[in-house]
Design a protein around this ligand. Structure first.
Ligand SMILES: [Zn+2]
Ligand SMILES: [Zn+2]
Length: 324
């Protein structure tokens, strides 16, 4: 079967053995997979030593073709899924730092989302797999994992559903696909959200999603941009006593100056990857169409994965969904 692999720093489509169901879990025929910002970071930072271990693609929509599971899933079910689940038992899980859990880091789909078939295990079926509703396009529901990351970031900023957040003002830095979803998700939490990007075209596009910029000081700034300007821009916009939520790695990271944070009592809170509970909220928002993801993705074939990667890197498109 076809599968994407990094070879000599280039993404290539190679022919490998189809995975075998040798444990509880399922074999899934991949129908499509979103290209994540983290895939791009992995490609950029790959070295000769680690590239054979890099798995690209984890925002999968597919059809179960073989299953051995105690869950209710069965053959032919169309599902959407993410890749990591925690153990719920270790010291990281005890303090809610699920994405730091060893089980979380080691759990993954096999061989990778940009493949004709993948194997998932029983815990994936329990915690990170959801049925695809009939009325939604595959490229839209494939936002399950990225939106779950956003839900975690919003949670870590202190907002929860059902609370009165109507006086809170937030700014989303970076209006790529993650920024557009974050600004919309914040509104579901009842929070006033605004957005900023140095790219004027992106700002104009964001206005179609009711995301606008206002020069102001904000209670919380969400950093979805990996630009080296992101840190000074966040510090310029955050209110004294406010929070900066980081959920993107930053190129040429110059860091924060201790005294910038200390005298202004600004908190910097990172949010790395979603827990099973965040998946549930994300699934609810997407399947009930509470978030507009229409037209954000550009569709490519697996053979054109390299062009999708180039188009994302040069900022030509917001998000790529690879049909397999
Ligand atoms: Zn992702
Ligand atoms: Zn754990």
């Amino acid at each position: 079967m076809k599968s994407a692999k990094l070879i000599n720093s280039r993404v290539q489509i190679v022919d490998i053995e189809k995975p075998i169901l040798d444990c509880k879990g399922a074999i899934i025929k991949v129908l499509g997979c979103g290209l994540c910002g983290s895939d791009i970071v992995k490609i950029k930072h790959a070295t000769c030593d680690n590239e054979s271990e890099i798995r690209l693609g984890h925002e999968v929509v597919g059809q179960i073709v073989e299953i051995n599971s105690n869950t209710n899933y069965k053959t032919n079910d169309i599902v959407v899924l993410g890749h990591h689940y925690p153990c719920f038992n270790c010291d990281f899980c005890r303090i809610g730092a699920y994405s730091m859990c060893k089980t979380f880091k080691n759990s993954n789909i096999y061989p990778c989302g940009f493949s004709e078939f993948i194997k998932v295990d029983e815990n994936h079926l329990k915690y990170t797999v959801f049925p695809v509703p009939k009325n939604i396009k595959y490229e839209e529901i494939s936002f399950l994992e990225p939106l779950a990351c956003i839900i975690r970031a919003i949670k870590r900023s202190g907002f929860s559903l059902g609370c009165d957040n109507s006086k809170s003002n937030t700014l989303v830095l970076g209006l790529g696909s993650i920024g557009l979803l974050t600004a919309q998700a914040l509104k579901i939490y009842g929070v006033n959200s605004f957005g900023f990007d140095i790219n004027e075209e992106r700002k104009t596009y964001a206005s179609k999603f009711d995301v606008f910029y206002k020069k102001d000081k904000y209670d919380v700034v969400f950093m979805t941009s990996g630009s080296s300007k992101a840190i000074p821009t966040a510090l310029e916009h955050v209110r004294d006593g406010g929070k900066i939520i980081v959920f993107s790695s930053i190129e040429n990271d110059d860091g924060y100056k201790n005294n910038d944070l200390y005298y202004r009592e600004v908190s910097v809170i990172p949010s790395y990857s979603p827990s099973p509970d965040d998946y549930k909220v994300s699934y609810n928002f997407l399947s009930n169409k509470k978030i507009n993801v229409d037209g954000i993705s550009t569709i490519y074939s697996l053979d054109n994965l390299s062009s999708a990667i180039e188009d994302i890197i040069c900022g030509k498109i917001f998000k790529a969904y690879i049909e397999i």
